[in-house]
Design a protein around this ligand. Structure first.
Ligand code: MG
Ligand code: MG
Length: 608
């Protein structure tokens, strides 16, 4: 289907918006009148620019408070419409969006509305133009598509049709089933998080791209397709953060979301998401000095030094199924990352059953394969780049059991101590302000991970918002954190680190008390939890004094839900940058101890 975006969805001047949309690959744009009013040139200039960029102008909007008005507004509205028609002809678009009247003066009379629309469509027809009527969720008398359609049918004019918008339908929990087969002129798509607030504010500030929110947008599009609609699908997103972000970044997210929703609605096919099986390795960018210190920290946590890269200054630390790579190779992507960010996670590898299909899906969703420079005899590991530029490698286990480490590393004879941990439980990332939706869409679309609910966590110095994306079988879990404040743990991480990235790495253990004891014996520094915390959870969960004492002595935090319990303990922060966590899941507990995050952040703040 032809893919379009409303200029209101993007930041910048009108020419910048058009250039961004065209560069990323949109076929058309809806021109918002406001963008035109603040533009220096003429509508003809915009038409010429759109032509030169290969963009269709799919619609001009909005025309407000038109139908069923008393005189003298009624006559004035027709004059106003003629002036919009002039602009449309200069722009080279034939479709005007008229949204349902919100004026207090509007008369509650469908017959009058229909008569007005018939007259307007007649005037439009004389110029070869068309009128699309959209029910706003907060329209004075008309706020559902069925009602708007009734009026369109009564007006009965070939140049008059319906414009449907997923937000207006879904925010009222209205049913999109049974749309008319011959009268849909245009389709707008927007998602949104579920919020309880008035629909107008919800719509004006919190819309987002399909796949980023919680509305069943694909189901809506499926109904539109069932009605035989073959016209453009257009993103109309009012969102304060989107309008503050770079236009091309938003345009790419927008196009990615349309490609995804189109496939989800059954109009196209994408290579399906593959089966993921946890984190294969995490790679840290370090220099020699930091690498030595991080190596010490890792030994304290139960890792052993397992190998040295055949040709590079790269070390492998292992424990259970966890592989951590410390890369201090000069003139590499890792060293570039280190120059920018200091010691930090620069890449993550995920195990996946079919790398070729995973890369094909990523490519189809505008995330092409990234080729890293490799040395002779090294394995080329396919990778894509996450929105912050860090690499996500995709590793397909060899049927014969040979690993990437066998190929690229000189492995030391295995004298590993018994592991304290089994695998990576989750990797939390700190994101720049305003980028939550961007990252959620990337993981959701490209890898098929599902976003969990949004948590808001109080840090002593501000609020942290957290949303986790998880693979289908829960083996990959990535909590994404954003903070408006620079003073929260997340905010400080971003400042120290100059960008987004892995903020903490949680390691799964079957016996956290043992792991903490062993780590202490090896000199690992764990985060001290205030005694008051234990008073609180003792009362909250009815834990025995013995149990509480055990948790307190080990600085282990406790949470519980309907299906199980969660024990976790944190290390001190490495250079104020990132930290590790031991976690033990008991029963079917599926969360991340968000209830304790405030305590953790306060303890970290205390430590600073
Ligand atoms: Mg709309
Ligand atoms: Mg955690």
């Amino acid at each position: 289907m032809l893919k379009s975006i409303a200029t209101v969805s993007l930041a910048g001047t009108l020419p910048e918006k058009l250039e961004a949309a065209a560069t990323i690959g949109f076929d058309g744009v809806e021109i918002f009148e406001n963008d035109l009013l603040t533009f220096e040139g003429t509508p003809k200039d915009i038409s010429d620019l759109a032509n030169s960029l290969g963009l269709a102008i799919t619609c001009f909007q909005p025309f407000r408070d038109f139908e069923a008005m008393p005189e003298p507004q009624r006559t004035r509205n027709f004059d106003r419409a003629e002036r919009k028609f002039d602009v449309m002809q200069a722009l080279g678009t034939d479709l005007l969006l008229v949204c349902s009247n919100v004026s207090a003066a509007a008369i509650d009379d469908d017959a009058r509305a229909a008569a007005d629309f018939h007259a307007l469509a007649e005037r439009a027809a004389r110029r070869g133009l068309r009128i699309g009527y959209e029910a706003l969720a907060w329209g004075r008398h008309v706020n559902r598509w069925r009602h708007a359609h009734k009026i369109v049918e009564a007006a009965d004019h070939p140049n008059l049709g319906l414009i449907v918008d997923s937000f207006h339908t879904l925010c009222l929990d209205d049913d999109p089933a049974g749309m008319p087969t011959d009268k849909i002129f245009f389709v707008q798509l927007a998602d949104a998080p579920r919020l309880s607030m008035d629909v107008l504010s919800w719509s004006r500030h919190f819309r987002n791209f399909p796949g980023q929110g919680q509305l069943p947008v694909a189901g809506f599009l499926r109904e539109v397709l069932k009605a035989g609609y073959t016209g453009p699908i257009s993103l109309e997103i009012f969102n304060d953060e989107f309008r503050a972000a770079p236009a091309r970044l938003m345009a790419r997210d927008g196009l990615r979301s349309l490609l995804l929703v189109e496939a989800e609605a059954g109009a196209t096919t994408l290579p399906p998401p593959q089966l993921f099986d946890g984190v294969e390795f995490l790679e840290f960018a370090v220099d020699d000095e930091q690498g030595r210190r991080l190596g010490e920290t890792l030994r304290g946590l139960g890792f052993h030094y397992a190998g040295r890269h055949r040709s590079k200054s790269v070390d492998l630390f292992r424990q259970g199924r966890v592989n951590l790579i410390l890369n201090s190779e000069p003139d590499s992507a890792a060293s570039e990352h280190f120059q920018f960010h200091g010691a930090s996670v620069c890449a993550m590898a995920l195990r996946v059953n079919d790398v070729a299909s995973a890369v094909a899906r990523a490519t189809a969703l505008l995330c092409p394969e990234w080729h890293e420079r490799i040395g002779a005899g090294e394995r080329n590991i396919p990778a894509v780049r996450a929105p912050d530029g860090t690499l996500v490698y995709l590793v397909q286990p060899d049927p014969d059991g040979r690993t990437i480490y066998d190929d690229d590393f000189v492995l030391f004879p295995d004298d590993a101590p018994a592991p304290l941990v089994t695998s990576v439980d989750h990797v939390a990332q700190a994101l720049p302000t305003g980028r939550m939706d961007n990252f959620v869409l990337f993981y959701h679309a490209v890898f098929g991970f599902s976003p969990d609910q949004l948590w808001e966590i109080p840090d002593p110095y501000g609020l942290v918002r957290s949303r986790t994306v998880v693979s289908a079988d829960q083996t990959v879990r990535l909590p994404l954190n954003v903070s408006e404040s620079r003073e929260t743990a997340t905010g400080r991480f971003l400042t120290t680190y100059a960008g987004a990235g892995g903020q903490h790495i949680a390691l799964a253990t079957d016996d956290i008390l043992h792991a903490v004891d062993q780590a202490a014996a090896r000199g690992a520094r764990m985060l001290t939890i205030p005694a008051n915390y234990y008073e609180d959870i003792g009362a909250k969960w009815g834990l025995s004094d013995e149990r509480l004492d055990e948790l307190r002595r080990h600085n282990v935090l406790y949470d519980q839900d309907d299906s199980g319990a969660f024990l976790h303990a944190y290390t001190d922060t490495f250079d104020g940058r990132f930290f590790f966590e031991y976690v033990q899941r008991i029963g079917g507990y599926r969360q991340y101890g968000a209830a304790n995050a405030a305590v953790r952040m306060a303890a970290q703040a205390q430590q600073r």
